[in-house]
Write a protein that binds this ligand. Structure first.
Ligand code: SF4
Length: 235
């Protein structure tokens, strides 16, 4: 039986500092140059962001509402070792969103994408040039998706990060070996892009064992039913 409290992120990093430093010093992207970059530009023949491709979405049962979630709220298997708090997902939060008919958009686990499942302490790797390069690529993808939903008249209820994470923390993060106030790397960079792109989407952090606080926040956001007639399209 694993004693969870004895295997916290703090403890884990404490017992293997040399290994953590060695992994991080590998620079997350030693093989970066051999990985082909996906092309996120809008292809000439594409259907994104064009007036003539705005559609009328009122003719079916879709709710018109979506939410972007940190990956591990739906898949705990992506968590750093010893930090999976639930077997699979944040059940109270996900059950609530299901009941409210909000479409769930699972953002990639940025730590997995940059450093892999067997990662140690992550700050150094995430903040390295190679880490930031990968992170920027994923941000491009998420911003592209957000812009398309908004362009077509959907409501993005919010972006939900994971409190306490060195990457996804919104007001609480892991830094210098302790949890403290601050933003994770992913959320910090994503928010910068939201400002740069003039996207007014609220960002909220969910804590593993305080999901009720996030549900309260969502209740406010979802008070007003989404008016499908505000789907901006006419075709
Ligand atoms: S908090 Fe973010 S980076 Fe950490 S496991 Fe969850 S999705 Fe991945």
């Amino acid at each position: 039986m694993v004693n969870k409290s004895s295997l916290s992120r703090r403890h884990f990093i404490g017992i293997v500092p040399a290994a953590a430093v060695a992994l991080n010093s590998c620079k997350a992207g030693d093989h970066e140059n051999s990985i082909p970059s996906p092309d996120y530009s809008i292809p000439e023949s594409g259907f994104h962001g064009r007036e003539k491709n705005k559609r009328d979405w009122r003719g079916d049962n879709r709710s018109g509402r979506v939410i972007f979630l940190s990956h591990c709220t739906l898949n705990q298997n992506a968590r750093i070792v010893h930090e999976g708090d639930f077997p699979a997902m944040f059940e109270p939060l996900i059950d609530y969103l299901k009941g409210k008919q909000v479409g769930l958009i699972q953002m990639p686990c940025i730590e997995l994408y940059v450093l892999g499942l067997g990662r140690f302490d992550v700050r150094e790797g995430m903040e390295s040039p190679a880490g930031m390069k990968r992170l920027t690529r994923i941000i491009d993808d998420q911003i592209f998706t957000m812009r398309e939903y908004l362009f077509q008249g959907f409501e993005i209820v919010g972006i939900i990060g994971k409190q306490g994470s060195p990457s996804c923390g919104v007001t609480r993060t892991w830094l210098d070996g302790i949890q403290q106030d601050g933003e994770g790397v992913w959320i910090r960079e994503l928010k910068k892009r939201l400002v740069a792109e003039n996207l007014d989407i609220p960002v909220h952090g969910v804590a593993d064992f305080k999901q009720d606080e996030t549900i309260k926040w969502l209740e406010e956001r979802l008070k007003k039913p989404y008016d499908k007639s505000s789907f901006s399209a006419s075709k």
